[in-house]
Design a protein around this ligand. Sequence first.
Ligand SMILES: [Zn+2]
Ligand SMILES: [Zn+2]
Length: 258
Amino acid sequence: MKNNSFFVCPLASGSRGNCLFVSCNDFSILIDAGLSGIEIQRRLNAVHFEPESLKAIIITHEHSDHVKGAGILSRRYNIPVYITQKTWNACSNLGEIKNLQFFECGRSFKINQIKINPFSISHDAIDPVGLTLEFETHKLGIATDLGIATSLVKDHLQNSTVLYLESNHDPEMLINGSYPWHLKQRIKGRTGHLSNIDARDLLKELKADNLKHVILAHLSEENNCPEKAAAEVFKGLNGSNITLHVAKPDQPGKLIKL
Ligand SMILES: [Zn+2]
Ligand SMILES: [Zn+2]
């Protein structure tokens, strides 16, 4: 039943942990593994996939909400971890990983039938990346944890069929919220996180002819709410056949089948 299909499902999203599941012809990969290994297993099971189907974990950057479970999952199921050398050097708590595969921004590579294009993003990590994953006519664009959407980011995300895009905060909620000033500045800054308005404006600039799904990701639980994010970003959608989803922190989102 799962053959010849491309599945995308956010297992977790937000500052408490990030993990995006992608499966193509029963070949499954995780983008980030920022929950405990056992919790990732539980969420995979909840969407009817087994951890044994995982063939790769790709890490976007070293922040713990993106890497927490990568070491344990890799050891338990013998899964290769794809990561940049600099990010690997900056990861202190992952333990030994036998199967490390290094990649570089700007150099595409293939994992099975999936072509991966990593590109640099602006975030306060050592070597943070956004990604596109291409398989047959499908293109998944992934950009979370970035302070600004540069032209490089826009170029890569063009013509995606699915976009997994950061919509971190509502600027007013952030300013009026309880975070200390320095943290507010960090989040708003060029190496922080995209706001709902940033996500809306980015979407406006992208060609949406093939776009079918937009998944809003990395929402702040303190400075945003799903309704506000969706309402703002909806204004930036040019196509009528696009479904807007909001990824959740505490449970898997909808399993999107293409
Ligand atoms: Zn993050
Ligand atoms: Zn981060």
